[in-house]
Design a binder for this molecule. Structure first.
Ligand code: FES
Length: 103
């Protein structure tokens, strides 16, 4: 772990994950939601009607942050911790994986 400058916080070890088909880096101890937001897109899923959803409660209650993790739809991004090799995809509708960029 390394200390972040000026914050007194320590960041976990870097791990390799895939977000919407793109390889990226996340850090142990972070939630899947944080890994998604770090990429600059606050959306985690769309509703059946196509509206964007993202973090709302941030503590596993509202189910607004559902994503597909390792092929399992309906996973709450806010209470799921990243791990090395995790495959994360934003979710469309009730459980369909969002198409990867260019795919
Ligand atoms: S943000 Fe509410 S369950 Fe994840």
């Amino acid at each position: 772990m390394r200390r972040l400058p000026g914050h007194g916080l320590r960041r976990g070890d870097a791990v390799a994950v895939t977000v919407d088909g793109e390889p990226t880096t996340a850090y142990l101890g972070e939630s899947v939601a944080v890994a998604l937001m770090a990429g600059g897109d606050l959306s985690t899923r769309t509703t059946k009607g196509g509206e964007n959803r993202g973090l709302f409660c941030g503590m596993g209650v509202c189910f607004d942050c559902l994503v597909v993790v390792d092929g399992v739809p309906g996973t709450r991004a806010c209470v799921t911790w990243v791990r090395d090799g995790m495959d994360i995809a934003r979710q469309d509708g009730p459980g369909v994986r969002r198409a990867a960029p260019g795919g």
